[in-house]
Design a binder for this molecule. Structure first.
Ligand SMILES: NC(=O)c1ccc[n+]([C@@H]2O[C@H](COP(=O)([O-])OP(=O)(O)OC[C@H]3O[C@@H](n4cnc5c(N)ncnc54)[C@H](OP(=O)(O)O)[C@@H]3O)[C@@H](O)[C@H]2O)c1
Length: 223
């Protein structure tokens, strides 16, 4: 699988980890085709729920073999300090749109397999900290990362058809297991997402995103 030429769809790769990963691909896989979508790359704003079906059509037009979703974010400060719309933005970009993408792909693979036949893998970015621990100052972001991890781990069990009552496994439509769904969970990185004055920056534990991009590169080709 790793030796064929791939078509990569990178969602949210105009900076930070996504940009670093794009640079790794250019260096190590110069024959692969890569396209990106984000606000700066094509005017794709993943917080706009009414446009999600249009974004899925863009993905289908390109027919990627691998899709990596990097976008996330949210306000930084106590939960009550911000308006609800700010938290909603975070939940949409960091969790709900990724969940919509996974659902579109898995359901699409079973209901209109021709449209989804090329997609082999979808990778989503978690957080080694925020997906499993509280993250004071980033409640909506942290809740989104917990939810993303819960969703993907549950889908893994559903795809394996284990730990599910027979009633749940008997009516699985088609073979959705062919799309591999991965969660890659980096530690703190020096990117625009990490607020100035946050403790990982202050304590100097945030790493260059290129280091995590190389780990991600290994991870996508690991079964
Ligand atoms: N930095 C860390 O310490 C850290 C730690 C653990 C996990 N992570 C995770 O790593 C991933 C990448 O984060 P990063 O640190 O590289 O962040 P970043 O530098 O802020 O980059 C975020 C990317 O997401 C895109 N994006 C943000 N909002 C968007 C929207 N509404 N619609 C479309 N695209 C949007 C941005 O592109 P545009 O501006 O062009 O839209 C940008 O390319 C995230 O999932 C993050 O949660 C980061």
């Amino acid at each position: 699988m790793a030796d064929q030429n791939e078509k990569w769809m990178l969602l949210g790769a105009s900076k930070g980890l996504g940009l670093a990963f794009h640079e790794v691909l250019k260096k190590h896989r110069p024959l692969d085709i890569v396209t990106t979508m984000s606000r700066q790359a094509g005017g794709f704003d993943f917080s706009k729920e009414s446009r999600w079906p249009e974004y899925v059509q863009e993905i289908l037009k390109f027919q990627p073999t691998r899709l990596v979703y990097f976008a996330a974010g949210g306000p930084y400060g106590h939960f009550e300090k911000f308006e609800w719309k700010d938290h909603e933005w975070s939940l949409r970009v960091s969790f709900l749109f990724p969940a919509f993408l996974i659902h579109s792909a898995l359901r699409g693979r079973s209901t209109s397999p021709q449209n989804w036949k090329n997609l082999q893998q979808m990778v989503f970015i978690g957080s080694s900290i925020a997906e499993s621990q509280p993250d004071p100052g980033a409640a909506a972001y942290c809740a989104s990362k917990h939810a993303l991890r819960a969703l993907i781990e549950t889908i893994h069990l559903e795809q394996a058809n284990t730990a599910s009552p027979a009633a749940l496994t008997s009516d699985v439509p088609g073979n959705s297991a062919k799309i591999q769904i991965k969660l890659f969970s980096p530690g703190y990185m020096n990117t625009g997402l990490l607020p100035q004055g946050s403790w990982p920056r202050e304590q100097g534990i945030a790493v260059d995103p290129h280091l995590e991009a190389l780990k991600l590169y290994d991870e996508v080709f690991t079964d």
